[in-house]
Ligand binder design. Structure first.
Ligand SMILES: O=P(O)(O)OC[C@H]1O[C@](O)(COP(=O)(O)O)[C@@H](O)[C@@H]1O
Length: 264
């Protein structure tokens, strides 16, 4: 972990990363209800909102679309990723080098580690190379720290999420992106386990405005540093409105109720 408060992907110590790697990770199914979002430019447009500190995409999307948005959006290049067609133990192919991420204009890199998978050892060794290459460019490293595999039946239980945040600290991440462990108290423990490293919550599938914002409120109350979110923003009819509300909950530490009321 290095100090990253001056990084462009951090605003007032917090981050709101807009993720759009779902076409690879889940397949086009995530765009069925919002077919216009199949065009990555529409989501880059959403990422120009002041609340968004970075947009996380795979190499192909960055190559094709980032040049039109480089003045308004910070790029977080996701270095590895797997399709949903892969049926083996959780694993993730390294799809891009840190050198090429830097060439594309990335302000940070992202890397998934599936702790507990039968492929954990190789993934952590790949993370080592990515982490040390990123240090050469002073690029913050965001770890998608997702323990899962045949030995892990519940990947969001509190002890697993605390382990996920600790594992990221120990391996050198600057931000750990973890799933919500179900309560503010459990999130607070995951944050404690991360020491001075930043922890952000992973968004998850789309829920109601209130449910989503209340969870984000709990996460901020727990001392976490924001959110890395995809579907709960760009699957909405009005992504700007939820980003207006998230701006209030994350940076102004307002309640979900107050944020909703102010953005009605
Ligand atoms: O591995 P999972 O749990 O299916 O989720 C992977 C997806 O979730 C994210 O980590 C966050 O996106 P969401 O907010 O839509 O859950 C994406 O970067 C990634 O594509």
């Amino acid at each position: 972990m290095i100090p990253i408060d001056d990084s462009p992907i951090v605003r007032d110590g917090k981050s709101l990363i807009l993720a759009m790697d779902h076409g690879l990770e889940h397949g086009p199914v995530d765009f069925e209800e919002v077919p216009e979002k199949l065009d990555p430019a529409t989501v880059f447009e959403t990422a120009t909102h002041d609340a968004v500190t970075a947009m996380a995409v795979q190499k192909g999307i960055a190559e094709g679309y980032y040049p039109s948005f480089e003045d308004d959006v910070e790029l977080l290049l996701k270095i590895n990723g797997t399709s949903n067609l892969w049926m083996g133990e959780p694993d993730s192919a390294v799809n891009c080098s840190v050198d090429y991420a830097a060439e594309l204009g990335a302000s940070a890199v992202g890397f998934t580690v599936y702790g507990g998978s039968n492929h954990e050892i190789e993934m952590v060794e790949e993370f080592r190379d990515v982490h040390e290459d990123a240090r050469e460019y002073d690029l913050p490293v965001v770890m998608w720290s997702y323990p899962r595999g045949q030995g892990l039946k519940n990947d969001t239980k509190p002890s697993t999420i605390s382990y996920a945040s600790r594992l990221a600290l120990e391996l050198g991440a600057d931000i750990a992106k973890v799933k919500y462990p179900g309560s503010k108290e459990a999130m607070a423990h995951a944050v404690d386990c991360a020491g001075d490293m930043k922890v952000v919550m992973s968004g998850g599938s789309k829920t109601s405005d209130y449910e989503f914002l209340s969870t984000v409120e709990a996460v901020i109350d727990a001392g976490a540093n924001g959110l890395a979110v995809g579907r709960n923003v760009w699957q909405r009819e009005n992504p700007t409105r939820i980003l207006d509300a998230l701006e209030k909950v994350i940076y102004e530490e307002e309640t979900a109720d107050a944020a909703l009321e102010a953005t009605e």
